[in-house]
Design a protein around this ligand. Structure first.
Ligand code: SF4
Length: 359
């Protein structure tokens, strides 16, 4: 690593101290041996993965009000943590936070391990979260490489690579490790991430305002916006399905996580669906004796999957044993379990149909 990086660090920390945003997770810890509460740092960094700060602030505050520490998180249910996570996407992250809280309580007496290898064994803690907890909460010289840091490295070093290119990710970790090797690794890491969020932004980097511009390869050659290249997109896949909201005596039928035939949303409870577009007669044959109503159609995208199809309401249905891979769930509980946008579109289509059909 060249000495120019060290010049960058001092200028960047000065810039950060003037420009840092007040955020609810940037609160000093009351404990003597911590800069910040590691639990709050962990939750914040996991929430911030793939989500803008503005969307996280309110969610973070609501989470901390209900689950202020490891113990309250460990004692919560998956449905509770998913409800608090709603809107942030990637719900497995919320469930992993809970698993991680249980792990730390059981294996480390409720104290975050201060060793990277041990910390990375905690469910839900990857190399990025470990670096964030160790440096921001405990002031340790541990690096962080997230999308912001990778983008800054690619631009300052002039890499013509794609986002996530493995050789350049490894190089970014080397740079980040050297960058945080100083008296205040917490400030160095956070300054780098803040620069990525406020100045060296993905679409319109503000090079004229940047404290790194004097030593940045992309500011010199004017190619900041080209670096790094986006990842190659996976080809689009079309998925056509028919969803059945089957109701019986205050319960609805849900498909259990991991049982969806397309493998989409595999971590989630889902409203059962069948491949292709079923006719009312075909749906009626699946639930003999139940009233069947077609409630409309929907469209939805998940990564490269373009999903479309029809929504049916089925019921009241006879409530026998739930089909393989499904479970009858009280309607009041289903709301907490169906926490992804696709299920909510199905529920909205049925609710709109029920409202139209009401006398
Ligand atoms: S000078 Fe421009 S490209 Fe370089 S780090 Fe700053 S904002 Fe990013």
């Amino acid at each position: 690593m060249c000495s120019r990086a060290l010049e960058r660090r001092d200028g960047l920390i000065r810039w950060f101290e003037k420009n840092r945003r007040d955020l609810p997770w940037r609160v000093p810890s009351k404990k003597r041996n911590e800069l910040r509460d590691p639990y709050r740092s962990w939750v914040a960094e996991v929430m911030l993965q793939q989500t803008q700060v503005a969307a996280v602030v309110e969610k973070f505050e609501a989470w901390m009000e209900k689950l202020p520490d490891l113990r309250s998180l460990a004692e919560a249910t998956d449905a509770e943590v998913e409800r608090l996570w709603r809107g942030l996407g990637y719900y497995a992250r919320a469930r992993n936070l809970r698993k991680g809280a249980i792990w730390i309580l059981e294996k480390h007496g409720g104290k975050f391990p201060r060793d990277r290898a041990e910390l990375e064994r905690v469910p839900g803690v990857g190399p990025y979260s470990a670096g964030a907890i160790l440096s921001l909460a405990f002031g340790m010289r541990e690096a962080i490489v997230d999308g912001n840091v990778f983008r800054i490295c690619a631009r300052t070093e002039g890499w013509d690579c794609a986002v996530g290119d493995p050789a350049h990710v490894a190089r970014a970790w080397e740079i980040a490790r050297e960058f945080c090797d100083c008296a205040r690794p917490d400030l160095a890491n956070e300054a780098l991430m803040e620069l990525g969020a406020l100045v060296c932004t993905p679409k319109a980097p503000k090079c004229a305002e940047c404290p790194l511009r004097g030593s940045c390869a992309s500011a010199l050659d004017g190619r900041a916006q080209e670096r790094p290249r986006p990842r190659a997109k996976a080809p689009e896949k079309s998925v056509v399905r028919t969803w059945l909201l089957v109701r019986s005596k205050g319960r609805i039928l849900l498909r259990l996580p991991g049982r969806d035939p397309d493998g989409l949303l595999k971590d989630h409870f889902q409203i059962p669906s069948f491949p292709g577009l079923l006719s009312p007669a075909e749906v009626a044959r699946k639930w003999p004796g139940a009233k069947v109503a077609r409630c409309g159609t929907l469209k939805h995208s998940i990564t490269n999957h373009r999903i479309s199809g029809a929504v049916f309401s089925v019921g009241p249905a006879a409530r026998g044993r739930a089909p393989e891979g499904c479970r009858w769930v009280p309607e009041a509980e289903a709301d907490g379990l169906l926490n992804h946008a696709l299920a909510r579109k199905v529920l909205r289509a049925v609710a709109a149909h029920d409202a139209d059909a009401a006398p």
